[in-house]
Design a protein around this ligand. Sequence first.
Ligand code: SF4
Length: 289
Amino acid sequence: MSKHAILSASGAHRWMNCTPSARLELEFDDNSGEAAAEGTAAHALSEHKLRRALKMRSKKPVSPYDSDEMDTFTDGYVEFVLEVIEQAKQSCNDPLVLIEQRLDFSKYVPDGFGTGDCLIISDGTLHIIDFKYGQGVLVSAEENPQMKLYALGALELFDGIYDIDTVSMTIYQPRRENISTSTVSKESLYQWAEEVLKPKAELAFVGDGNYRPGEWCQFCRAAVKCRARAEAKMKLATFEFALPPLLSDEEIAEILSSIGDLTSWANEIMAYATDAVVNHGKQQWPDLK
Ligand code: SF4
């Protein structure tokens, strides 16, 4: 089995909005590099600490990213999880706690699987907690398809065994001082899975549907070379010049509002073109000095 699902949970926001992106991304290497490696190290440490706190056997992982900061943030995560377990104990004597649980949501997403950092299952409520060590983008649990996919995978395992009616999904993102929780009914989750998720996943799996640029392009591996995105950016750049011959203040304000977006896209293209010459032996680009 491949290590990565084509339709990953973390990419769900993207492939649900731009269904052909998942197949297009396969043409590019995963360059998530350093930040991803640091995140993996933080996860391993938090997993270890949580196991220890729950009196399970675990060997402390060692990584080049170990730091006081990572220590503090992973301690905070463990404290938070222990609090949720205490709360769960108020309605259920013996909640089930699972750490780094493989979750299969292939009933809705072809070949879809992922890993839940921590699940706490008690009668009534299923809690899913996701530890995010990144700090670039603030992540909300509200309407978060990644969390919903994990929840569906967890329900596959435990709905029927436990009497679950509510799902509580939490993102714990300490470097942004962000703890975001979304609580939904199990039924609404199943309804979303059938009516929204499943049709999108079917399109995405075969690479069908329309390219749709948006904020979800940010981490798309195809972003720099994507034609649909380039066309959207170029559209921003071509301003409809209407009569009279001089721009009005409103028109200048509109152009100004697109400059940041255009500049960052232009910088990405420049970085790509330069990298191709310097590191990959491309002979030249016309107009690139
Ligand atoms: S860059 Fe944006 S529009 Fe292009 S494939 Fe990726 S998500 Fe879709």
